[in-house]
Every structure is written in C-alpha cells, then in structure tokens.
Design a protein around this ligand. Structure first.
Ligand code: FAD
Length: 328
C-alpha cells in the first residue's frame, strides 16, 4: 500500500552528488531519505577506473561508489530503492516526491541529483566494450590512450572539441561523422582541421565495435553512407559524443534551465523554485566530473540546512503574531 513519509530533506539519485549531499545533511542531523532507482553509485558504476579522484592515484569506479555509500550511511541517511516519478511543490511550501510504487515523501527541501545519460550509438559491441575502449568522457578516460589510435564519433561542439583534446594523448584520432560538414562552431573546427593528428571521415556511420579475446576493443567498423563501403579502423578506443540528456524529467514545474535542458541554479545550488536544489551532472555548468558533483552537493546540503533554519524562524514569527499555528 502506498504510504506517506515525512523527512527534512529528500535526495533524488545516489550518484556521487546524491551520496555526498546525504553525508552532509545526515551530519547536520537532518532526517534524510535518498531515493535511488538502482544500486547506489551512479556513473561510477559505468567507470572502470578513475585516476583523477584526489588522494587516490587509481581507484576502481565501483570501489569508490562503495566507499561513498558506506561513509554517507554513517551519518544516518536512509537509502530507499525507488524510481522517482515526479516532484511537486504543495501549497504549504513543502514538496511531495512521488515514486513508482506510489509512495509519497514529504519534505520542506529536495536536492535533485539525478545526473544525466550519454546518448549511446546502439551498435553491437558498444556495451560489451564500454570501459574497455568505448568511452563517453574524454577528460575522464583520455589519459588511458597514450600513443594509441582512437576514434571519435560525432560532429557537434563536444565531438570536435574533445577530439582535439584527445590528441594530447593519442597519436592518431579519427573523427567519424555521419554528414559532410560539422555542426560545431567555426573556431573549434579550425583548430581541429589544423591538427595533424586528426583525420576526419565524412559521411560515415559506426556499425560495430570489435575486440579481442582479452575483451579489449581493437577496431571500429564503419560504413560509408554514399558508397556503402564498409571498412574497419584499427582503434583501441572509441569516444562517443552524440549527445547527453540531463535527467530532469522528475521536476514537475517550470524550473529555469539552459538551452540544452540543464538546470540553472544560483551559487547556493538553489533552482528557480525556492527549496528545490540541484547538484551534479544535471546542473548547467562548465564541466561534469566526480569532483564537481561532490562540490555542488556539499554546497547544496549546507544551503538546505540554512534554508530550513530560515524557514523555521519565519514560521515561529507567524506563530508569535498569533496567526493560528503553522504546519512546517
Ligand atoms: C564512462 C564514464 C566515465 C567517467 N569517468 C570519470 C572519471 O574518470 N573521473 C571523473 O571525475 N568523472 C568521470 N565521469 C563523470 C562522472 O561519473 C560524473 O560526473 C558523476 O558521476 C556525476 O555524478 P551525479 O551524482 O551528478 O550523477 P550520476 O553519477 O549520473 O548519478 C545519478 C543517479 O541518479 C539516479 N536517478 C536518475 N533518475 C532517477 C529517478 N527518477 N529516480 C531515482 N533515481 C534516479 C541514477 O540511477 C544515478 O544513480 C565519467 C562518466 C562516464 C559516463
């Protein structure tokens, strides 16, 4: 049976941002529920290894996720496996967070840390070689491809900019694009065309990621859309930049967002809806890393504590005026 649960703060998503926010709100003695649709960890569970988490020269994604979860639970955060379907602000200023089972979590503040999803190619081998050659993040994984040959798939700003960035590491970068011109800005294109390590393959679509018996990627099969000719690129990496969708569907309302759909916040991580905070990959910002996600989350959690305090003080003032009570 669907039930209603009161909390001080509800956190949607248990990726790095959600778990870090839970640590801070729990530590501030706020009754905290973390609603996660899968296993806590977020994109860390799709990351083989990180070498840019400060303090650890190298750590496995799942291992860091486990440490985050255990640490945040120490301070009392309650984890619930549930998919959030919507968040609505009620007339009394509280939020109602509704899950797929119909359960309702009522709280004066919510932190949305639902992350985002890179758009996949949907071709054979893509999932099989994810983290073993296939990547969606150049800053994260570029350094693993020193002196190697890799392919980048895409033609927008992200693909063109990241292809250029990847030449810091790789000896050769193929850029495979389905059209005969890029959508990327002119300045980015000029830099790319001037780079001798980059070869653009126009009018081509990626068809299959291939690998060896060790489970590592060794090639990318592509098809020419004009001649229909198929060939295989010898490449140990394939970086896919064909889009990224912020998971903002749970916010039921008119929150402010940028032209790509990322949530805009102020410097305290509060959205355009008072009491609704956002942190991590779904937020409009320059870059999306574990360090930025936990930085956002720390700010959001501390801002929530202050928001609740101000809200409570406001309520007491009303009581003092003899308004007939309050329901905070
Ligand atoms: C392949 C790959 C490799 C990467 N490598 C690195 C790296 O080496 N170093 C680095 O710093 N960064 C790396 N990143 C980026 C990093 O993983 C992200 O920046 C970080 O995970 C963002 O954290 P987050 O909590 O904002 O979002 P996520 O990690 O995306 O977590 C969001 C969570 O919300 C949950 N969720 C979403 N919607 C709902 C819902 N409706 N109900 C309930 N739960 C929901 C999801 O299941 C997920 O667990 C990598 C990313 C990818 C994809």
């Amino acid at each position: 049976m669907a039930t209603s649960h009161p909390y001080d703060v509800v956190i949607v998503g248990a990726g790095p941002a959600g778990m870090c926010a839970a640590l801070y709100t729990g530590r501030s003695m706020l009754r905290t529920a973390v609603l996660e649709r899968g296993i806590p960890g977020g994109e860390l569970l799709n990351t083989e290894k990180l070498d840019d988490w400060i303090g650890e020269k190298s750590i496995l994604g799942w291992e860091l996720a486990k440490k985050f979860e255990e640490h945040s639970r120490e301070f009392g955060a309650e984890y619930v496996t549930a998919t959030v379907e919507r968040i609505t602000k009620l007339r009394d200023g509280t939020f109602e967070t509704v899950t797929d089972s119909g359960d309702r979590y009522v709280s004066p503040a919510v932190i949305v840390t639902a992350g985002g999803t890179p758009v996949k190619l949907g071709i054979p081998g893509e999932i099989e070689f994810a983290g073993k050659g296939v990547s969606y993040c150049a800053i994260c994984d570029g350094a693993f491809f020193k002196q190697q040959t890799i392919a980048v798939v895409g033609g927008g700003d992200a693909a063109v900019e990241e292809a250029e960035f990847l030449t810091r590491y790789a000896d050769k970068v193929y850029v495979v694009h389905r059209r005969d011109s890029f959508r990327a800005s002119r300045i980015l294109q000029e830099r790319l065309f001037a780079n001798p390590k980059i070869e653009v393959i126009w009018n081509a679509v990626a068809e299959e990621v291939t690998g060896d018996e060790r489970g590592l990627m060794t090639g990318l099969r592509i098809r020419d859309r004009v001649s229909d000719e198929v060939r295989s690129l010898d490449a140990s990496g394939c970086f896919v930049f064909i889009g990224f969708h912020p998971n903002t569907g749970v916010i039921d309302g008119h929150f402010d967002h940028d032209e790509m759909g990322y949530v805009r916040t102020d410097t305290t991580m509060q959205t355009s809806i008072p009491g609704l905070f956002a942190a991590g990959d779904l937020r409009s910002q320059l870059t999306r890393q574990v360090t930025t996600a936990v930085g956002d989350a720390t700010t959001a959690a501390i801002a929530v504590e202050k928001y609740l305090k101000t809200r409570d003080e406001g309520s007491h003032e009303i009581v003092a005026q003899g308004s007939g009570g309050y329901t905070a």
